[in-house]
Design a protein around this ligand. Structure first.
Ligand SMILES: [Ca+2]
Length: 306
């Protein structure tokens, strides 16, 4: 059996406190990385850290920790971008150079579950390697500007964070004709991790235990918002790479459009932002994942607990 060769680009923030406000950062990258590490059909060729849910000074050591403790230290880990692409001063970094080196050896699927800045930088610095990218799987997008990302019942709309943090990185993938698969809020909002799932993880191996424990504070934040679980956004990307038959998708076209920012309250056409919209109109072809098979939750937990 030949294994699917995958590069992980992640803004791991499991267990980290938020930088600018009270509370904890998202744990979902931990689920995605652990699920790929446990998949028999996947070979992880490298992990690049990126800023996003947390600063690069957190996501990089967390990436090292996951490789060392849960993958026998066999997966090389690299420090990537600490901020969005600055088109007026484009610099490579250790992670982008390492990804280029790996792409020179073999074609790769890239799971980019942060702002995709490192992939954008690669396309600017090493455009000759773009045909070695088999597919980039991203967590972003929606169908219309009024498909709000609603978390709980407090009326707050969440950002399309990965896309919002680096619009140019996404634009570069479309302009370069990279095969893109999107796992947006529309699909992850159909998957819930609840307290009993964390109980099960805490009875598992060391990786499961770490993830289960670190997810408690994150779960509490969602419960405080009126939900009874949380959506593990990034794990839809890893699950799609491992078992695409569990994920329901359609072919759509993606484009960037500017509309009022729905995450700003009482916004009377004062604050605008770019949206990543996917529909049948003009745009770059993408695979848009929007639903899971009926017994998905069981499959997800089995893949993590194996
Ligand atoms: Ca992420």
């Amino acid at each position: 059996m030949t294994k699917k060769k995958v590069w992980i680009d992640t803004d791991l923030s499991v267990g980290m406190k938020r930088e600018k406000r009270a509370g904890y950062c998202d744990v979902d990258d931990g689920y995605a990385v652990l699920q790929l590490m446990k998949a028999d059909t996947i070979e992880i060729c490298g992990i690049s850290a990126v800023f996003g849910n947390t600063v690069i000074e957190n996501s990089y050591p967390l990436s090292q920790k996951m490789s060392t403790e849960f993958a026998l230290g066999e997966i090389p880990v690299y420090k990537g971008a600490g901020e969005a692409i600055n088109l007026k001063a484009v610099e490579s970094n250790e992670a982008v150079d390492a990804l280029a080196e790996s792409l020179r050896k073999q074609p790769l699927v890239i799971m980019a579950i942060g702002p995709a800045t490192n992939v954008g930088l690669l396309l600017l610095k090493y455009p000759e390697l773009k045909r070695q990218i088999l597919e980039v799987v991203l967590v972003a997008g929606r169908r219309t500007p009024k498909d709000y990302f609603k978390i709980g019942n407090q009326g707050n709309h969440a950002q399309d964070l990965n896309f919002d943090l680096d619009n140019d990185a996404f634009r570069l993938m479309f302009e370069n004709g990279i095969p893109v698969t999107l796992c947006p809020f529309e699909i992850s909002n159909k998957v819930w991790v609840k307290a009993e799932d964390l109980d099960a993880l805490e009875k598992g191996d060391t990786g499961n235990q770490w993830l289960g424990k670190a997810s408690r504070a994150w779960l509490k934040q969602w419960v405080d918002q009126g939900a009874d679980g949380f959506n593990p956004f990034d794990v839809l990307a890893s699950h799609y790479i491992i078992s695409p038959e569990d994920i329901i998708s359609e072919e759509l076209n993606a484009r960037l459009e500017i509309h009022p920012d729905d995450t700003v309250k009482e916004n009377n056409k004062e604050v605008f932002k770019a949206y990543l919209l996917c529909d049948k109109k003009e745009g770059s072809p993408v695979k848009y994942c929007y639903d899971v098979v009926p017994d998905y939750h069981k499959k997800l937990m089995n893949s993590l607990l194996k």
